[in-house]
Design a protein around this ligand. Structure first.
Ligand code: NAD
Ligand code: MG
Length: 389
C-alpha cells in the first residue's frame, strides 16, 4: 500500500490519478490533496478519498472549504505554506506533482527536501529550475519519475540500456489543432479553437501550449534535466496520431519506442507503481484500425515557440525561467482575449531579448528572474492589447 499525495488534485492529471486510486484501493491510499481555489471540487474529493490533510493556495477558498466540510476529520491548510506542508507530509510515500505552472516549484521542492519520491507532471518547475531540482533530488536521495507521456516513453525505452549508448531521443508531438493551417489563418485563432486538442484532454494552459508547440519546447528542456542529455541529442518529430509517445535511438541504429492509446493513466500509473505495471486494461492497440502512423518535421517558422525553447536552452542561466514566465503571462492573456494567438511568441521573444543573463544558483535568484520576466512580459502585453480590435 502506497500513501499518495496529489498536488493539483482538481486538475486533469489530478483527476486521472484519483481514478487510478479508486480502481486499485488495495495498492494506493490518498493521504494529502492540494489545489488552487476549487473548494467544491476538493470538498467532493475529501468525501470520496478521505485524505488526512488538504490545502488550497487561495485562503479565501480554504475558508469556503472549511464551511463546506463541517466536522469531517481533515486538516485544511492554505497558501503556499499549506501546499508545501501537504507536499512534505510525514505519512506520504509518493507525491504526484501536478499543479500547473511555476506555482508548483516550491511545493515540488518541498517534497524533494522531505525525501518523498516524486512523480512529475508539472513540467514548468523543471524548465525554470531543472539544475536546482536535480541537485536537491540527488542530495536527498530522491527519485523523480516522469509522468509527461513523452518522458515516460523515453524512461521506459531506456530501461535495461546504457545511457552512454544513446545516440538521441526523439520526442513526438501531435502538432496540435493548427498544424496544417495556413500561416495567415493563425492571425484569427480564438481561445476556443486553441482549446480543442486533437488527441488529448488536458488543462487549458497545456492545451494552449500544445497549439503553439511551446509544450514541446518545454518538454525538450524537461528532457534535458530529467535524462541529463545535451540539447543536440533531443529532437522533435510531429506525429499526428499520438500513438508513439517518444523513442530512443541507440548507437547501433536500434530505435526503441513506447506505443499506446493516448491515455495519461498509462504513464501516471507507471510512475505510481514502478517497476510494476498496473492492470488498467484499456482497449487493445488495434494497429489494423489505426492503419498508418505519420511523421513530419516541425515547422518552427510557423510555430516559433519551439525554436524559442531551444534558444533558451542554449542561452542557459535564466533564459529558460524567462521563457517559461513570459509564456505563462502570454498564454493567460490570450485565453483572456487580451492578445492574439500570434502575439504569444512575440511577447516571449521580446521578454527574452530584454533579459540580461547572469548565473543562477539559488531558488531566490530563480524566483527573482521569474518575477522580473512576469513583470516584463506584462509590460509587453500593453501595446498588443491596445492594437487588438
Ligand atoms: P489543470 O489546469 O487541469 O489543473 C491544474 C491544477 O493545479 C488544478 O488542481 C489547480 O487547482 C492547481 N493549481 C493551479 N494554480 C495553482 C496554484 N497557484 N497553487 C496551487 N495549485 C494550483 O492542469 P493539468 O492539465 O492537470 O496539468 C497539470 C501539469 O501537468 C501541467 O504542468 C502540465 O503541463 C502537466 N501535464 C499535463 C498533462 C495532461 O494530460 N493534462 C500531460 C502532461 C503534463
Ligand atoms: Mg507531454
Amino acid at each position: 500500500m502506497k500513501n499518495i499525495v496529489i498536488l493539483g488534485s482538481t486538475g486533469s492529471i489530478g483527476a486521472s490519478t484519483l481514478d487510478i486510486v479508486s480502481k486499485f484501493p488495495e495498492d494506493f491510499r490518498v493521504v494529502g490533496l492540494a489545489a488552487g481555489s476549487k473548494a467544491s471540487e476538493l470538498a467532493e474529493q475529501i468525501r470520496l478519498f478521505r485524505p488526512e490533510v488538504v490545502a488550497l493556495s487561495s485562503p479565501q477558498a480554504a475558508k469556503t472549504l472549511r464551511t463546506m466540510i463541517g466536522n469531517r476529520p481533515v486538516k485544511i491548510l492554505e497558501g503556499e505554506e499549506g501546499l508545501c506542508a501537504v507536499a512534505s507530509l510525514s505519512q506520504g510515500d509518493l507525491v504526484i506533482s501536478a499543479i500547473v505552472g511555476g506555482a508548483g516549484l516550491k511545493p515540488t521542492l518541498a517534497a524533494i527536501k522531505a525525501r518523498k519520491t516524486v512523480a512529475l507532471a508539472n513540467k514548468e518547475p523543471m524548465v525554470m529550475a531543472g539544475q536546482l531540482m536535480q541537485e536537491e533530488a540527488h542530495k536527498h536521495g530522491v527519485t523523480i519519475f516522469p509522468i509527461d507521456s513523452e518522458h515516460s516513453a523515453i524512461f521506459q525505452s531506456m530501461e535495461g540500456h546504457r545511457k552512454s549508448d544513446i545516440r538521441r531521443v526523439v520526442l513526438t508531438a501531435s502538432g496540435g489543432p493548427f498544424w496544417d493551417w495556413e500561416q495567415s489563418a493563425l492571425t484569427h485563432v480564438t481561445p476556443e479553437q486553441a482549446l480543442k486538442h486533437p488527441n488529448w484532454k488536458m488543462g487549458a494552459k497545456i492545451t494552449t501550449d500544445s497549439s503553439t508547440l511551446m509544450n514541446k519546447g518545454l518538454e525538450v528542456i524537461e528532457a534535458k534535466w530529467l535524462f541529463d542529455l545535451p540539447p543536440a541529442q533531443i529532437e522533435v518529430v510531429i506525429h499526428r496520431e499520438s500513438i508513439i509517445h517518444s523513442m530512443v535511438e541507440y548507437c547501433d541504429g536500434s530505435v526503441i519506442a513506447q506505443l499506446g492509446h493516448p491515455d495519461m493513466r498509462t504513464p501516471i500509473s507507471y510512475a505510481m507503481k514502478y517497476p510494476e505495471r498496473v492492470p488498467l486494461s484499456p482497449p487493445v492497440l488495434d494497429l489494423w484500425k489505426i492503419g498508418q502512423l505519420t511523421f513530419y518535421q516541425p515547422d518552427t517558422g510557423k510555430f516559433p515557440c519551439l525554436q524559442l525553447a531551444y534558444d533558451a536552452l542554449a542561452g542557459g542561466d535564466g533564459y529558460p525561467a524567462t521563457l517559461n514566465a513570459a509564456n505563462e503571462i502570454a498564454v493567460q492573456a490570450f485565453l483572456d482575449n487580451q492578445i492574439r494567438f500570434l502575439d504569444i511568441p512575440k511577447i516571449i521573444a521580446e521578454t527574452m531579448d530584454a533579459y540580461r543573463p547572469s548565473p543562477l544558483s539559488s531558488l531566490e535568484e530563480i524566483l527573482e528572474i521569474d518575477q522580473w520576466a512576469r513583470t516584463t512580459a506584462t509590460r509587453f502585453l500593453k501595446p498588443c492589447a491596445s492594437s487588438f480590435v
